[in-house]
Design a protein around this ligand. Structure first.
Ligand code: ARG
Length: 468
């Protein structure tokens, strides 16, 4: 087992460039090819839609400054989980990991795979929406294929990642350049009276932000691996600024391009914006955009699978996860149990879900826990001012972001209560209930041990150290 002892001392190997691509590569995925039409149709006007995209960027950059302070005060890897564990305590941390493993991560996987599927089938249905069943089947196939790749070979999964990163930046660049050319040629008619018809009700604003923030999700990715980052106190804030401003800039320009080329009506009625854009600008080469958007989603899906193992591992180390989910294959060193588990739950989420609702519930749950994490930062700032802080943000920042997070979580519930949000809330709360028997009283350990041993032999896995 010398492989394991080698891995015990994780080296700090991620530099600034690696850190930036870790963030930007996760952020750019499906959202920018799927959400612009929903943002626009909820908020009502092109001007307000651009404003929402800009505000989402501003929000995540402020939030990530707060996370940078957290990441340099609490230097362990594990993101929200470890911050909540060290500030709010084990019950809330367990609620997070419970929701994350059973819902947030699978929902992320399901959402991205739906975007992939939508773009794969779009060229075959130029004039109408593709059948929902077909889209779901293609999405399911993509999940199973990627899970298999990730179970078999880590290195292959990693090279897939780099290739897709290049493809998606190129695709965004093509969209931006195409749009700018049109703009320079004087196609500015869609920006006249650009705030007309803005919908100022609370719930649509909330939904527009949920959709926009989905495209920005992944901004906190570096906090999951702080232990592997070189000089985190310098590189964490720096990488965050570079990556998030880059992505915000790209997203804004892409949206300007979409709005230049398509009328708001066309944009809102498109199932796959990049394809509609491609058909109008690239003519018979329009299908290229479909391929690029599909590849972008595919890469994001791969990354989401790839990084999934870490939080599970940290939580299993704290006894908050069945040990089996933090194990890796003895030869391939891939976290197959966690991958298989996520695949099964993702397929279950896929059955009833469509892209928009999956994304809304994802953002709702994610921002619920981002909010709790930020209150943890406030707690540390007020109660433990003596802690060593190599990087510090003014207290107003977490206060501000926390207020927005509370708004984001409460807005759709208060303004336009839908029973689904109640279910999601009950589900998050049920984590606290599950905590009592399973973690506090350690009920049914015998059964769990037997199951673990069986699965361990069946899947050929063993406890692994962190860098799954
Ligand atoms: N921002 C990504 C996209 O637009 C989704 C990221 C999902 N979250 C994650 N942590 N992988 O597709």
């Amino acid at each position: 087992m010398d492989v394991q002892t080698e891995k015990l001392n994780l080296k700090r190997e991620v530099g600034l460039v690696g850190a930036v691509s870790l963030i930007a590569g996760t952020m750019i995925g499906s959202g920018i090819f799927m959400s612009p039409q929903t943002v626009l149709s909820s908020i009502g006007s092109p001007g307000a839609s651009l404003l929402v995209w800009a505000c989402c960027g501003a929000l995540v950059i402020l939030a990530s400054f707060c996370y940078a302070e957290l990441g340099t005060v609490i230097r362990e890897s594990g993101g929200e989980y470890i911050y909540i564990l060290r500030t709010a305590g084990p019950v809330v941390a367990f609620m997070l990991i419970f929701s994350s493993v059973l819902f947030v991560r699978p929902a992320g996987v399901a959402g991205i795979s739906l975007s992939f599927a939508q773009y794969v089938v779009a060229p075959f249905y130029p004039d109408c929406a593709a059948p929902a069943l077909l889209v779901k089947c293609v999405a399911a196939v993509s999940i199973v294929v990627l899970a298999a790749v990730n179970c078999l070979n880590v290195r292959f999964a990693m090279s897939i990642q780099v290739f897709f990163m290049v493809v998606k930046v190129l695709a965004l660049a093509v969209i931006i350049v195409g749009g700018l050319v049109m703009l320079v040629r004087g196609h500015t008619e869609n920006f006249q009276d650009s705030f007309e018809n803005t919908n100022l009700a609370i719930s649509p604003i909330g939904i527009a932000f949920y959709q926009g923030l989905w495209s920005y999700d992944g901004w906190n990715n570096l906090n999951y691996v702080t232990e592997e980052l070189k000089r985190p106190e310098v590189n964490l804030p720096r990488a965050v600024v570079i990556a998030i401003s880059l992505v915000t800039g790209l997203y804004l320009l892409v949206n300007v391009s979409y709005l230049t080329v398509m009328t708001p009506m066309e944009l809102m009625s498109s199932n796959a914006v990049a394809v509609t854009w491609g058909n109008k600008v690239l003519g018979s080469w329009g299908w290229i955009m479909s391929v690029a958007a599909a590849l972008s989603a595919f890469g994001s899906l791969n990354g989401t699978f790839f990084s999934g193992g870490r939080v599970c591992f940290v939580a299993a180390r704290e006894g908050h996860m069945p040990a089996i989910l933090a194990m890796a294959h003895i030869h391939r060193l891939t976290p197959s149990p966690a991958l298989i588990f996520t695949t099964i739950v993702s397929l279950l989420v896929l059955i009833p879900g469509d892209f928009q609702s999956i994304v809304n519930y994802f953002s709702f749950t994610a921002w619920f826990f981002y909010g709790i994490t930020l209150s943890g930062l406030l707690y540390l700032k007020i109660k433990k001012p003596e802690l060593h802080r190599p990087y510090k943000v003014p207290i107003i920042l977490p206060v501000l972001v926390l207020i927005v997070a509370v708004f984001l979580v409460l807005a759709p519930i208060i303004d336009n209560p839908q029973i689904e949000y109640l279910y999601v809330t009950l589900f998050i709360a049920s984590g606290a209930i599950a905590y009592v028997p399973f973690i506090h009283y350690q009920l049914c350990p015998g059964l769990l041990t037997k199951l673990t041993v069986f699965l361990q032999l069946f899947l050929e896995v063993a406890p692994a150290e962190k860098n799954l």
